[in-house]
Design a protein around this ligand. Structure first.
Ligand code: BGC
Length: 293
């Protein structure tokens, strides 16, 4: 049996056909058309139809915002113009197959729990650093979602009181996302004439001092977040993924580990911080895992 996993991101939509062992057997990607909710849903439907080729394959979709599991509705996506969209019902009606939806970082955490770096653990915390910053928490072997399903929004943890404004439609300040997302790094990069987040990682690899400092700033904020999550959840492992998390792991993981050890209450800081084993596929594979047996 196979499932289709869809990872809706702020810049691209990725869809994959995923086998029960987590292997990706087909994959498609398009740039996100964020002109309207309908445009996005149409893109998802087209990708799923192309991958399923007429077979009635169940679909799991990871969405970059708060997903109310009681109404199967995407309530707010900070970085896309999506508010109160009944995504599950709309996709199920268009596709005629079972559809499940969840937050994209919850999906990534599930993917890493079942098939990746957190396999074999019962308590893990995943952070995805991409257009936004997502969080997923596995407690006693199952995703923790909270009362309505909209919990574990770890990217909107305050790490600097009255700090930088958060992104998109989020009205908060000083959130982790404003310091550790690819979007935030691109903003910082352009302020220093370094291009974008990709360029910063490439320049840091060549030893560029400003690029290294910008990544150290990302690590400082991420470390602060991990200390809070270590003390709150006492996980067995932290998994760092997303496009920026994957690209910059060699600059982030050791640095955040130092902060984690120094700032957490004993024994909570004694947790490995590792890169997502599924890389930036974690969200797509985990979305499929929502509907895999
Ligand atoms: C959203 C999260 C999402 C993350 C990554 C954040 O801005 O609030 O729900 O998981 O971006 O897409």
């Amino acid at each position: 049996m196979a499932a289709i996993g869809v990872d809706l991101g702020g810049t691209k939509i990725r869809a994959g056909r995923v086998a029960t062992d987590g292997a990706i057997t087909g994959e498609l990607e398009v740039a996100t058309d964020d002109s309207s909710p309908d445009a996005i849903l149409d893109q998802i439907v087209a990708l799923v139809r192309a991958l399923s080729a007429g077979e009635p394959i169940p679909v799991g979709v990871g969405l970059p915002g708060t997903v109310d599991q009681r109404s199967d509705t995407l309530v707010q996506a900070a970085n896309l113009p999506l508010w109160n969209v009944p995504v599950r019902a709309r996709l199920a009606a268009a596709l005629g197959v079972p559809v499940s939806i969840d937050n994209d970082a919850n999906c990534a955490a599930l993917g890493e729990h079942r098939f990746g770096a957190a396999r074999g653990t019962a308590y893990s915390v995943m952070l995805t650093l991409g257009t936004g910053v997502g969080g997923g928490v596995v407690v006693d072997g199952a995703l923790y979602r909270g009362a309505r399903g909209t919990g574990a929004e770890l990217g909107h943890t305050v790490v600097a009181l009255n700090g930088r404004p958060c992104q998109g439609s989020c009205r908060g300040r000083g959130h982790l996302e404003a310091y550790c997302s690819g979007t935030a790094l691109t903003l910082a990069a352009s302020a220093h004439g370094l291009g974008d987040a990709h360029a910063v990682v490439a320049l840091a690899a060549e030893g560029n001092v400003v690029a290294l400092r910008l990544l150290a700033d990302v690590a400082d904020a991420l470390g602060a977040g991990l200390v809070t999550f270590a003390n709150a959840f006492n996980p067995e492992i932290f998994v760092i993924g997303g496009g920026l998390g994957e690209a910059a792991s060699s600059f982030l993981l050791d640095a955040v580990t130092v902060i984690l050890r120094a700032e957490s209450l004993a024994p909570n800081g004694d947790v490995p911080v590792v890169a997502a084993r599924l890389g930036n596929d974690a969200g797509m594979v985990g979305a499929a895992a929502l509907v895999l047996p």
